[in-house]
Write a protein that binds this ligand. Structure first.
Ligand code: HEM
Length: 574
């Protein structure tokens, strides 16, 4: 007898009285849950003696245990927009699977949370869970992790400060200059395509004017172009030559990030999860081979012909080289090292590359803005068309590229970057509360809130970014929002800055790649727009693609098909 037969028989044999009792119990349970869940979190006995700190207001819910989980699964965006309005003081508490989660959405409280002392609240447990479940760090090696953690963290100064940051940016710029002429190669056959074209479903066709154009899917094309251009800066020039499918496998892991983070086993029949497990293993194998080659090189042995550049001064980036010393000092195995580097490569690509995609879409969708941006960056990036008598024209060439100038003197381009971080990014900072503590913004007479041990605290940066109290018409992408004009030397100069937007989190766990991310996003957007004309496939107006939630910068499920053609450039002199 099937389960269905059992249920049908049960329904037939159930008396109307039993159904009435069941319905009454269900309604009573829902009502009791709704009423009992509407008091503040925690017992009144823990209210502070001075009576100044309040318990976090709890959002009522109907279903025991699940709490607000259904709201998050089915309608998170509207649910949070409603809560932001209902709790204008900037904090409310949700219940999910019996755990209390306080969510913060005002800048003052966010600053207080991200700068709170580590003994009050910390992100570390969560990042360790990610390290093990998503990036494959062996659980049995955690003591090694604790012993080396501070030294490994200290290596991040190479990402944040000069001269190493400048070297990274220079290397990325050199590679970008080289690669951008073949953003699409017009090769006509998959074997001859550039590695970043392979996921872009490339076709050569003609536009209405009869010009040859390449039709491509924009998100995979941009994402892979950025990955193939920036990863050598961290991992050296051999890594992607040996493992050209690494970025594709990284996106597969990224698509299953949340499922991997839950710790669900590999054998569960969930295709995204299975693919993510396979991708994780493949990526770890590849990075382990890289680590073995680095180790051989460090021991004065031959790493093999496929790693011929690994020993060149400056080929592998300073962060990876600095960490190599720590790994060797603490006797880490190559698979242990690989997990840490996989987490770095994910962090370095998952957000920036999609952000460049959004910048290109938003700028190209507004032809006036595109013209102004090209005028703005013209003094810092210049490309020419070399003349030739041959029937096939030579590839264009960037003869000037000044990344510092692009970053410092192009407020409109910078404001595009900031507006995309506001609209197209949904990062949250997340902490586990380790002991009861009072959270209070620094403004005068700000309300103090009591957070309790064992709860979770989240700063929902996107809730603030979409708050009409701070950003009028928040859902509209407006580039001018972040620019202020100042008088300097008799001239009006625009200056763009982040204001209260915090896409990189803050405090102890703040993004370590933020300075590099800013420079590479500006660089990539500028080189793409300087050399290429991009329009929707088939012509016509752009449709802004719909967001699909990701871990930070949004992705999209829409296939944005575009036509790309080389811009008409001035002839090279001489
Ligand atoms: C637009 C691009 C990027 C965005 C929006 C972004 C955002 C973030 C966020 C929100 C965090 C967590 C912060 C917190 O918990 O408070 C983070 C962590 C991190 N990011 Fe980024 N990131 C970007 C690019 C990069 C790049 C290019 C790199 C490396 C080159 C990088 C390296 C890291 C690292 C190593 C961490 C972990 C920090 C830690 O555990 O202490 N990120 N990022």
């Amino acid at each position: 007898m099937s389960v269905w037969d059992v249920c049908r028989d049960a329904l037939h044999t159930t008396t109307p009285t039993a159904i009435a009792i069941f319905t009454a119990i269900t309604i009573a349970t829902l009502l009791i849950t709704r009423i009992s869940s509407s008091s503040p979190v925690g017992a009144p006995s823990i209210q502070r003696q001075d009576g100044t700190s309040q318990l976090v207001p709890r959002v009522p819910y109907w279903i025991p245990i699940l709490g607000h989980l259904p709201n998050l699964v089915f309608n998170a965006t509207d649910f949070f927009a409603h809560l932001r309005k209902t709790y204008p003081d900037g904090i409310f508490a949700l219940s999910i699977l019996g755990k209390q989660h306080s969510v913060i959405h005002t800048p003052g409280l966010t600053t207080a949370l991200i700068h709170t002392k580590l003994e009050n609240a910390t992100f570390e447990e969560t990042s360790e869970t990610f390290l093990q479940r998503v990036f494959g760090f062996p659980t049995k090696s955690m003591t090694k992790w604790y012993a080396a953690r501070d030294e490994l963290m200290a290596c991040y100064k190479t990402l944040l400060s000069e001269p190493s940051l400048g070297h990274m940016v220079d290397k990325t710029a050199t590679k970008a200059r080289e690669n951008i002429v073949n953003l699409v190669s017009f090769a006509g056959s998959p074997v001859d395509e550039m590695p970043w074209e392979r996921n872009g479903d490339i076709r050569i066709t003609k536009n209405a004017a009869g010009e040859e154009v390449v039709e491509a899917s924009l998100l995979p094309l941009i994402r892979d172009f950025c990955a193939h251009t920036a990863i050598p800066t961290l991992m050296g020039s051999d890594f992607l030559v040996n493992f050209p499918d690494f970025p594709t496998s990284l996106w597969t892991l990224d698509a299953g990030f949340i499922l991997l983070a839950t710790g669900l086993p590999r054998w569960l029949p969930v295709p995204v999860l299975t693919r993510a497990h396979i991708a994780k293993k493949r990526n770890l194998d590849w990075i382990t081979q890289f680590e073995r080659a680095l180790e051989k090189q460090a021991n004065g042995q031959d790493p093999g012909t496929e790693w011929r550049n690994i020993g060149e001064e400056g080929d592998v980036g300073s962060l990876v080289m600095a960490r190599l010393e720590v790994y060797r000092k603490h006797n880490w195995t190559c698979p242990e090292r690989a997990a840490i580097e996989l987490s770095l490569l994910w962090a370095a690509n998952a957000n920036s590359n999609s952000l460049v995609f959004w910048m290109i879409v938003r700028i190209c969708a507004d032809p006036d803005l595109l013209t102004k941006i090209r005028e703005e960056f013209a003094p810092y990036i210049h490309a020419v068309q070399p003349q030739s008598d041959l029937p096939i024209p030579e590839a264009p060439r960037i003869d000037k590229l000044d990344v510092d100038g692009l970053c410092a003197h192009c407020p409109l381009l910078k404001s595009c970057y900031i507006e995309c971080l506001r609209v197209d990014t949904a990062s949250w900072s997340f902490k586990v509360v380790k002991q009861d503590f009072v959270l209070q913004a620094r403004e005068k007479e700000a309300q103090a809130w009591l957070l309790r041990k064992g709860q979770y605290a989240h700063a929902g940066h996107d809730l603030h970014n979409m708050d009409p109290a701070y950003f009028p018409e928040p859902e509209v992408w407006k580039v001018e929002r972040h620019i202020k004009y100042e008088e300097a030397e008799g001239e009006k100069r625009g200056v763009a800055n982040m204001g209260s937007i915090r896409p990189y989190g803050g405090g102890h766990s703040m993004c370590k790649g933020r300075s590099f991310a800013f420079k590479e996003c500006i660089l990539f957007a500028a080189v793409i727009l300087a050399l290429w004309d991009i329009e929707p496939a088939g012509g016509g107006a752009w449709q802004i693609p719909k967001h699909r939630r990701a871990t930070g910068v949004y992705g999209t499920g829409d296939n944005v098909r575009v036509w790309l053609k080389r811009r008409k450039l001035p002839p090279a002199e001489g």
